[in-house]
Design a protein around this ligand. Structure first.
Ligand code: ATP
Ligand code: MG
Ligand code: MG
Length: 550
């Protein structure tokens, strides 16, 4: 059960609750609205909302919108949609930008108390002065400014008296600290940029570290859960809260999700979209939540996947097969079975009474008795898959061959006696007889056949458009490249093939978002493009079995 998981974070929470260090479990999911959410974010969402559920606490959605140059309202909307679609509802909705006034007031407090100063070094100089892992930092020549002078300069920074980048506000901590984050980190930079919520009110924007912990604190967050890259930032998180004497949440880090055969950085995802390597953020090949949704993934399958991979303290890469198996498992239980032929060849039943149509009963889902059955028309002219027939086949080929027999799913056993070929020797039609004693469900013939194949009646079949999606990259880790190459060089040129297939009539009634199993082929979902297209468009979610590289 996903909501009852035990791991190092729940152990830490249990200990803090028992010791009275925390009054409850108040978490938040804090995306920066600079792109669409991806499957990695889903892990963080499931964790933060999951913990709040598990401990009867609360979880906020907070937009970490402190960097106006990259943020847009479109992203805000999509993030809310995605969180809801995953099955979670935030207790409160917040924006870090709502705290700009409070943050500014706190900055003045730190200045007054001698814990922050205005620095005139350029960003280049600031970097040099901060030193490196092997080299201690050097004090800025502006470090000794008096609180009065700092306050005056800071107010004038806010008033717009100085150019972008001319000055910063820095916390006065320790230029010799082994942790570079503590070497007088920048708190504010001057940047004239229009903000999606505060407009042009500010020309001064807070840095991530200065905004993040204080936002947590304002909201009364007790457990601030983030990814491992922030482990080195924790001393700074703690320093800010302590120096201000405000409510102090506990930051806990966990390993971010990495997945094979995809990229997850928003910068790279944005590049895929902007350069049209995919058709938008919700392209079914994207690892975004909206892409997975359009691909046909269910929220349950993503939540199950996140529960299955668990929470750890060390980075690792998860095989994408585990994500694919999660959707297979869910759809195996709930998706109705349908028949569709995607690479058709004609099959004629030579002893079928001319013009006769018989309705065959077919089980909708063998895994779910309540799903019932449907009727499928059967006639003397059918389509089957080309690859289900071989004129001369090896002994182990259990589909149809000349002189062999096979069962038609929900139909009869047929015997193949001949085939018709064109001038080049390609088979164009298969000739069979059916055995009237072998109707599915009523078979008393005692005949045993090794194979069962799917089919559709030619006269009744409906054409459908099928988009067979595959992995977007053809290597396990597209981020690893040779010199002079980029992740784009690993794009799989065959990640989408669009074909026309022939489907049983029931599929003509499909609605957008319906998910089905095409028997023996895979799971498919009806794409929103169906609305405007001449035929229904089906996206392949996953093939029935992992066939990558085979
Ligand atoms: P990028 O670095 O690509 O911009 P990000 O990590 O900065 O992504 P945010 O919007 O800041 O994206 O992330 C919101 C929350 O989701 C953060 O708490 C972050 O730790 C978490 N998160 C982001 N990516 C992953 C991932 N791959 N696995 C788990 N959690 C993640
Ligand atoms: Mg980011
Ligand atoms: Mg981030």
């Amino acid at each position: 059960d996903e909501s009852r998981s035990k791991h190092f974070i729940t152990q830490a929470i249990d200990a803090d609750l028992a010791a009275g260090k925390a009054s409850g479990v108040f978490t938040r999911f804090p995306p920066e609205p600079n792109g669409y959410l991806h499957i990695g974010h889903a892990k963080s969402i499931c964790l933060n909302f999951g913990l709040a559920n598990q401990y009867d606490g609360t979880c906020n959605l907070r937009f970490d919108d402190t960097n106006p140059s990259k943020e847009e309202t479109e992203y805000v909307e999509s993030i809310m949609d995605d969180v809801r679609w995953l099955g979670f509802q935030w207790d409160n909705l917040h924006y870090a930008s709502d705290y700009f006034d409070q943050l500014y007031t706190w900055a003045e407090k730190l200045i007054t108390e001698g814990h922050a100063y205005v620095c005139d070094l350029s960003s280049e100089e600031t970097r040099t002065y901060r030193g490196s892992l092997t080299e201690p930092g050097k004090d800025s020549p502006y470090r000794k400014r008096s609180p009065e002078e700092n306050l005056d300069l800071f107010r004038r920074m806010k008033a717009g008296e100085f150019a972008d980048g001319a000055r910063t506000l820095r916390a006065k901590i320790d230029m010799a600290s082994p942790n570079i984050n503590l070497r007088d980190p920048v708190m504010y930079r001057i940047m004239r940029a229009h903000h999606h919520r505060t407009g042009d009110k500010w020309c001064l924007y807070p840095m991530y570290d200065w905004a993040h912990g204080q936002s947590d604190s304002i909201e009364g967050i007790t457990f601030s859960i983030c990814t491992l890259e922030f482990e080195n930032h924790r001393p700074l998180y703690d320093w800010y809260c302590k120096s201000l004497g405000i409510h102090h949440p506990r930051q806990i880090e966990f390993a971010r999700l990495n997945l094979t055969y995809t990229v997850m950085s928003k910068r790279k995802l944005l590049q895929l979209v902007k350069e049209n390597h995919v058709n938008g953020w919700d392209d079914p090949r994207m690892p975004t939540i909206s892409g997975l949704r359009r691909r046909g993934y269910t929220p349950e399958s993503i939540r199950n996947f996140c529960a299955d991979i668990g929470v750890a303290k060390f980075n690792s890469t998860i095989d994408v097969v585990r994500l694919e198996n999660a959707i297979r498992e869910h759809l195996n239980a709930v998706a109705p079975r349908r028949m569709a032929v995607l690479d058709p060849i004609k099959l004629t039943i030579t002893n079928w009474p001319e013009g006769q149509v018989e309705m065959m009963s077919a089980t909708n889902n063998p895994e779910d008795p309540e799903a019932g059955s449907r009727e499928i028309p059967f006639s003397g002219t059918l389509w089957i898959e080309k690859e289900d027939f071989q004129e001369e086949a090896p002994r182990k080929f259990f589909r149809l061959k000349k002189g062999g027999d096979v069962r038609l799913r929900a139909g009869y056993i047929i015997d193949c006696h001949d085939c018709v070929k064109d001038a080049e020797g390609n088979v164009t039609e298969i000739l069979c007889t059916y055995d009237p004693e072998t109707k599915s469900g009523e078979d008393k013939s005692g005949r045993k056949v090794k194979g069962t194949i799917h089919w559709v009646s030619a006269e009744h079949a409906v054409p459908i458009t099928v988009r067979n999606y595959d992995r977007l990259f053809n290597v396990e880790n597209p981020d690893v490249t040779d010199e002079g190459q980029s992740f784009l060089d690993h794009i799989n040129p065959d990640s989408l093939s669009e074909i026309t297939g022939l489907a049983e009539p029931a599929l003509a009634e499909s609605a957008i978002g319906d998910r089905v199993q095409f028997e023996r082929l895979g799971y498919y979902v009806v794409d929103p493009d169906s609305e405007a297209a001449d035929s229904i468009v089906f996206n392949r979610i996953v093939p029935l079995r992992d066939s990558w590289g085979k």
